[in-house]
Design a protein around this ligand. Structure first.
Ligand SMILES: Nc1nc2c(ncn2[C@@H]2O[C@H](COP(=O)(O)OP(=O)(O)OP(=O)(O)O)[C@@H](O)[C@H]2O)c(=O)[nH]1
Ligand SMILES: [Mg+2]
Length: 207
């Protein structure tokens, strides 16, 4: 577990809207995408052991801005509004789409955690998101959320199935914000990502 990213400190930094008022970038920025209600904000709270850090709700459409969380004063973990919230008005859907797109095209994000519900086949929006990140060559990790909702014996298999349905290599990390399942694995992954970001940073300093 040498790469495990141990979160010693986590704080909300700032929110940004469509005007793209992002904070000064750090070498490492990891953002979370996925449909509305899939558990993006809950995942941040579970990882940081702070149930109140990111606002969550049983109603989809809770997160409406790009929210920056600073971990160990070294890395940004970014909570994004979810897509595919059918009840939102057309205008709202458009503005969230623009927000997401502007953020993703800003070139800040080094890695995406793409969340899918472990129980359901990906939606058209999920497929579109996945195609987008492949097209723009954004490194990603797939996370299958709400793993507590299905039998333990099926979790690995179902998580991998969701990845396959997206058209990705068949691997996703089963994760539960309720039980903490998958937390160590995800922190390990974040540790690897962080190491890669800082290696790249050092390389570019040499040039
Ligand atoms: N059982 C279970 N419920 C979860 C889990 N993760 C999230 N939830 C619930 O799912 C609902 C949505 O969670 P959020 O974290 O707000 O989802 P979100 O993806 O941030 O949603 P938006 O901000 O609307 O895009 C809440 O009622 C959470 O309590 C999980 O791992 N297990
Ligand atoms: Mg949210």
């Amino acid at each position: 577990m040498e790469d495990l990213f141990i979160i010693r400190q986590a704080e909300f930094q700032t929110s940004a809207g469509t005007e793209g008022n992002y904070p000064a970038p750090l070498p490492c920025e990891i953002a979370i995408v996925g449909k509305s209600n899939v558990g993006k904000s809950s995942l941040i709270n579970r990882l940081t052991n702070n149930g109140k850090l990111a606002k969550t709700s049983s109603q989809p459409g809770k997160t409406r801005l790009v929210n920056f969380f600073l971990l160990n004063k070294a890395l940004y973990l970014v909570d994004l509004p979810g897509y595919g919230f059918a009840k939102a008005s057309k205008t709202e859907q458009k503005s969230w789409g623009a927000l997401l797109e502007r953020y993703l095209q800003s070139g800040r994000v080094k890695h995406l955690l793409m969340l899918v519900d472990i129980r359901h086949a990906p939606t058209q929006d999920d497929l579109q998101m996945f195609r987008y990140l492949i097209y723009y060559n954004i490194p990603y990790t797939l996370v299958a959320t709400k793993s507590d909702k299905i039998a333990k014996s099926k979790r690995a298999q179902e998580a991998n199935k969701r990845a396959k349905e997206l058209g990705a290599p068949p691997f996703a990390i089963p994760f539960s914000s309720e039980t903490g399942e998958g937390k160590a694995e995800l922190l390990q992954r974040i540790g690897q990502i962080y190491r890669d970001c800082t290696v790249i940073e050092k390389e570019s300093e040499k040039e």
